[in-house]
Design a protein around this ligand. Structure first.
Ligand SMILES: [Zn+2]
Length: 155
């Protein structure tokens, strides 16, 4: 299986650099790999520690938590899983613009004195918050089925 990704980078402060992995295209090795609910794609473990983007086994045998273990080969057909980085894109400027707008809107929200105007401002705040959190998030396996190009082989 080939998973083509883009690396989205945000340099929040001098030292903090956040990387989100966005899936661009997928070529699957077999049908099973996308049907199973114990596989996922992520770059972090349950504690938020970076462990490298890739396909992970999700263990759900304990109700309270699951954890991620990276796999290099498909557990169904044994073919290698390749993560291909198409591009690395710096979204720091867009991120900063969104944060600036978010700040302006929060100020406006504090000054707004009608229910209607608060509602309008809040709708925009929610939209901006959504866009900001999207920039931080790795694409998970749930997105794979929408992007699959087709099987590498026909067997
Ligand atoms: Zn496979």
């Amino acid at each position: 299986m080939n998973i083509e990704i883009e690396k989205w980078i945000i340099k929040e402060k001098e030292i903090i650099c956040n990387v989100a992995h966005k899936i661009v295209a997928v070529t699957k090795c077999c049908d099973d790999i996308l049907d199973e609910d114990y596989l996922d794609t992520t770059s972090k473990d349950d504690y938020g520690t970076y462990i490298g983007y890739g396909v992970k086994l999700v263990r759900t045998e304990y109700d309270e938590y699951c954890y991620y273990k990276g796999i290099k080969y498909c557990p169904f057909c044994g073919k290698p899983i390749n993560i291909i980085v198409d591009d690395t894109i710096d979204y720091t400027d867009s991120y900063n613009k969104l944060k600036e707008r978010q700040g302006e809107l929060y100020k406006k929200l504090n000054k707004a004195d009608s229910v209607k105007s608060r509602k309008t401002i809040y709708t925009e705040v929610e939209e901006i918050n959504k866009r900001i959190s999207y920039m931080y998030k790795d694409d998970g396996i749930e997105i794979l089925s929408d992007l699959v190009k087709g099987s590498e082989t026909s067997d």
